[in-house]
Write a protein that binds this ligand. Sequence first.
Ligand code: C2G
Length: 133
Amino acid sequence: MSLRTVLTFGTFDVLHIGHVNILERARALGDRLVVGVSSDALNLVKKGRLPIYSEADRLSMIAALRCVDEVFVEASLQLKGDYLRRHGAAMLVMGDDWAGRFDDFSSICEVVYLPRTPSISTSEIIEVIRRVL
Ligand code: C2G
């Protein structure tokens, strides 16, 4: 019987409980979890700034989590379909801030949006740190 691979994408900058929650819930939906971590260059395009933590550090932290089996660098938003095929994904999981945005990939695998963890985000953490400094 082949293993059911779940794949998810994200920047995972300034790692927090919302990130860990979605990764653990994604892993529980299959047998192995593969995570595409956005490159620094992609983040600059997506969010107009570089992440606080470098690409290498973000990859290391995500790879160190017990629920994560494999990580790779997501270099381009346009390659999502290729990444899903290359890793033999049975399911794509994203937070529901992306609801509906990845439905086109349902021709490749199941697409599932999980509720975000409320009241925490990287940008809020950065804002709080700015305020206390
Ligand atoms: N997340 C969550 N709860 C939060 C914050 C984030 O469930 N409180 C989820 C997001 O919905 C996402 C994942 O954690 O599925 C990673 O979040 P980000 O690092 O903010 O990812 P993002 O930059 O949105 O990248 O092309 C898609 C992107 O790669 C997603």
